[in-house]
Design a protein around this ligand. Structure first.
Ligand code: PMP
Length: 292
């Protein structure tokens, strides 16, 4: 693994249909997406050379783009193939992948409906999203709320939605936490800045209903694994005044995988039986060759 800045690495990036040397995958400063956040992206992981839930991620990239008013000029199958080729060519067995689609630079201004849609995919070695993940992470409570569904296309993995996530995560880190828990516009518990959240009480799994944030692919996977184990799963509105009553807490996401939480703003939790069982099932699933 390297700490070199991302613009200064070796390797390949798939861009607009072809493999390019990593350093040549560049774009112009007058790109619509840079100014107006007209970009959608995916974060994915490959395990032992196989991209986990590749098709679901490629389909979500298409859905995210449609919600932002554009069509991706490559099919789900073409994007899947590009990811597989990139992982193979990079020689990375287990890695993180970032696919992104954005409006180009033909016209500048809020309106640019005919700008070219570009697509790029990069892959790099990336270990745990959180340092000391298995010790349990500490969350602050973010000052920013997830916007209402009529304030932003909240089911799109759109770059613009991450503005408040970066602000919240920077605030959390500056205060000594690893991440921030965000509420939604109603004040209900929503998610962390780049991962969904689950709670355990008396052996039952509780998680907020995803009506104002991404219904994560890892979230759906974990719900499936819990049901296979006959663990009851309750998707519902969760309010901040309930937090102290929960026994276990963990985050889920492609980057975060399953990350146990040991504190939310002064309230302490201990990863227990349910978190451990799901960690073990998830670890086995992602490394099964047919899981993709
Ligand atoms: N919420 C946000 C804001 C995210 O960035 C992510 C990561 N993509 C998730 C939830 C989890 O989604 P997934 O499990 O599909 O990676």
């Amino acid at each position: 693994m390297t700490d070199a800045p991302f613009h200064d690495r070796d390797g390949w990036i798939w861009m607009n249909g072809a493999m390019r040397p990593w350093r040549e995958a560049t774009l112009h400063v007058l790109t619509h997406a840079l100014h107006y956040a007209s970009a959608v992206f995916e974060g994915e992981r490959a395990y032992d050379g196989v991209v986990f839930k590749s098709r679901e991620h490629s389909e979500r990239l298409h859905t995210s783009a449609r919600l932002m008013g554009f069509e991706i000029p490559y099919s789900v199958e073409e994007i899947d193939r590009a990811k597989a080729e990139l992982v193979a060519r990079s020689g990375l067995g287990s890695c993180y992948l970032r696919a992104i689609a954005w409006r180009g630079s033909e016209k500048m201004g809020v309106s640019a409906p005919n700008n070219q849609i570009h697509v790029a995919i990069a892959a790099w070695a990336w270990g745990d999203y959180f340092a000391d993940r298995m010790k349990g992470i500490r969350l602050s409570v973010a000052p920013w709320r997830r916007p209402a569904p009529d304030c932003a296309p909240c089911q799109s993995k759109a770059a613009g939605l991450y503005m408040i996530c970066t602000l919240s995560k920077h605030g959390a880190e500056a205060a000594g936490f690893q991440d921030a828990l965000m509420m939604d516009w109603r004040g209900q518990v929503a998610e962390a800045t780049g991962a969904n959240i689950f709670f355990v009480k008396d052996g039952v799994l509780h998680t907020p209903y995803p009506d104002a944030f991404l219904n994560g692919i890892t979230r759906q996977t974990v719900i499936g694994l819990a049901k296979q184990r006959k663990i009851e799963v309750v998707e519902r509105a969760i309010w901040p005044n309930e937090l102290a009553n929960f026994d276990e807490v963990f985050l889920t996401g492609s980057a975060a995988e399953i990350s146990p939480v040991r504190e939310i703003a002064g309230m302490n939790f201990k990863p227990g039986k349910v978190t451990e069982a799901l960690l073990s099932d998830f670890g086995a699933l992602v490394r099964r060759k047919n899981a993709a």
